[in-house]
Design a protein around this ligand. Structure first.
Ligand code: N0T
Length: 521
């Protein structure tokens, strides 16, 4: 079985006994609705050097009539993935998809008295299943159980399916909370003791945004939601988050009892200065991590979807509370190649996955796609070196553009300054208004030996332990890995290292270098 395992301060996904890095791509929402629609996609995935496809399973298609399941499409997906040597992360488009319930079967949609919808503050229903209804949970659970049982039977010996994402971007739009009578009844009850116990036990370690809410109201430990957290949209959101988390927890628990794959939930991020309900309220968001961890103990990870900038800001938030980082979605723009390197290097994340990976599957590769393909290729090559050094503070990931032109970090006695090569002014695009992002993974493989895999950086070095010593480049090679052996393709010196002053590859040169440093007086 695939599973998660700690190594030093990192978490690894183990697949078939070995650490696995997801060089992923998520399909557009409707691509995997027929075998024919998928046909041109497979070669595109191969051309992109993707090793894992994130693909939805739609409740309405697997259970078109209550209790009648059809897994033919899923079986085709698994077989084709195997034929193409790809792994699958399945996304369960069950009760919720982007806050809505668009993928629930028609027999659920048309039986609103049995399967209640959320109501907003003026009593209007929305196409969102209420998480307060046992019938809704039972129906989703039954479908999910059948799905997990089917995956176990069909794939239990192969493990083509390696992880599951139950639901998709859970949240409430456009009201922050559900006003269905079932919800109102819960809203006026005391906050459940499980949440209170978590608060008390973890008081000193709560995320600061959440701690501040509790503190503001005097750290109360008994009372209703409003008594403990105060009146307002933030409390409506905490309340919803708890019940979304509980609902999801049941699904994950029961699913794992049948077939225990790692499972994660994803979030549509909250835009700064927006209120809950203006963004999808109550999803697995940074300020609600504690509510989700307390209410959904069975989930392995809370994961961010990226459609806005500031990836470092959000990833820093998502690596709190021992949360393992995985990026199931990033808008497929010209930053993804650099960001795959950055997140897999800097956070030692489980992997990265642009959304709508196939784009137009029949069109030739666009520049951003070619760059991603090259980056996935070099990450795949250098993976054994990453695996060896993971969790030991020996791996760094860099992301640079005009906003952040250089960063400095340390490896042991060495301080390394990574600078965007456009700072050198030698490349034709250096003077443009928008700088192509640069990115790299840098690894300290032994005291003086390093790997640089990426593009668009120049690296300079200092000895911070002994500042009287100069640091020189003893040897620098460009090369590649073949069956895990390092093959030198070029020895670099002269202009290629600026006569020994720096290690560098230009922004259009996605490649791997190995270099050795030394000290001189
Ligand atoms: C994502 C995707 C898909 C400028 C959007 C992002 C996917 C879902 N939702 O294409 O629907 O299934 O997980 C929502 C964030 C959009 C913000 C746009 C701001």
């Amino acid at each position: 079985m695939p599973y998660l395992q700690k190594k030093g301060n990192a978490t690894e996904l183990i697949v078939e006994g070995n650490p696995y890095t997801i060089l992923g791509g998520e399909l557009s929402n409707s691509t995997f609705t027929s075998t024919e629609s998928m046909t041109p996609v497979w070669s595109k995935l191969k051309a992109l050097n993707v090793n894992t496809v994130l693909a939805p399973v739609y409740w309405e298609l697997i259970e078109p009539n209550e209790g009648e399941f059809d897994f033919n499409l899923l079986d085709d997906l698994i077989i084709e993935a195997r034929n193409n040597d790809l792994k699958i992360v399945l996304l369960w488009f069950g009760s919720w998809k982007n806050s809505m319930s668009s993928h629930v079967p028609s027999w659920v949609k048309t039986n609103q008295s049995k399967y209640p919808r959320v109501k907003d503050d003026i009593g209007k229903s929305h196409e969102i299943l209420s998480p307060f209804s046992d019938n809704n949970l039972e129906a989703d659970l039954n479908a999910f159980k059948n799905l997990m049982q089917h995956i176990k039977t069909f794939d239990g010996n192969n493990h083509t399916v390696i992880m599951i994402q139950p639901e998709n971007e859970i949240g409430m739009l456009p009201t922050a909370r559900d006003y269905h009578p079932l919800a109102n009844q819960k809203f006026n009850l005391s906050v459940p003791t499980e949440l209170i116990d978590y608060l008390i036990k973890n008081k000193s370690q709560l995320v600061p945004e959440f701690y501040a809410v509790w503190e503001k109201n005097g750290f109360k430990t008994t009372g209703t939601w409003e008594e403990i957290f105060g009146k307002g949209l933030h409390t409506d959101e905490i309340f919803m988050a708890w019940y979304f988390a509980q609902y999801t927890n049941k699904i994950i628990e029961v699913g794992k009892e049948i077939y225990p794959l790692p499972m994660f939930v994803n979030a549509a991020l909250n835009r700064p200065n927006k209120n809950p309900g203006e963004y999808p309220s109550a999803g697995p968001l940074p300020h609600l991590m504690d509510v989700w961890k307390a209410g959904c103990a069975s989930v392995d990870m809370l994961t961010p979807d990226f459609y806005f900038p500031n990836i470092k800001y959000w990833c820093d938030l998502y690596t709190r509370q021992n949360n393992t980082l995985f990026i199931p979605e990033h808008r497929f723009d010209n930053t993804v190649a650099a960001k795959a390197l950055f997140t897999i290097g800097h956070y030692e994340s489980l992997g990265f996955s642009p959304f709508s990976i196939e784009q137009n599957p029949n069109a030739p590769l666009q520049p951003k796609e070619e760059k991603l393909a090259k980056v996935y290729n070099i990450i795949n090559q250098i993976k054994p070196v990453i695996d060896k050094n993971k969790g030991e503070n020996r791996i760094e990931g860099i992301l640079l553009d005009k906003g952040v032109k250089e960063v400095t970090f340390t490896f042991g006695d060495y301080e390394i300054k990574a600078s965007h090569t456009y700072n050198l002014g030698w490349e034709p695009n250096s003077s443009s208004e928008n700088w192509e992002p640069s990115g790299a993974i840098i690894i300290q493989n032994s005291e003086n030996e390093f790997y640089y895999a990426g593009f668009g950086l120049s690296l300079t070095f200092k000895n911070i332990k002994n500042p009287n010593l100069n640091v020189g480049i003893l040897k620098a090679d460009k090369g590649y890995f073949e069956n895990e052996n390092w093959i030198v393709f070029q020895h670099l010196n002269g202009d290629q290292t600026h006569q020994g002053r720096h290690i560098r590859s230009f922004n259009d040169d996605v490649s791997i270098q190995r270099f050795t440093l030394y000290n001189y007086e």
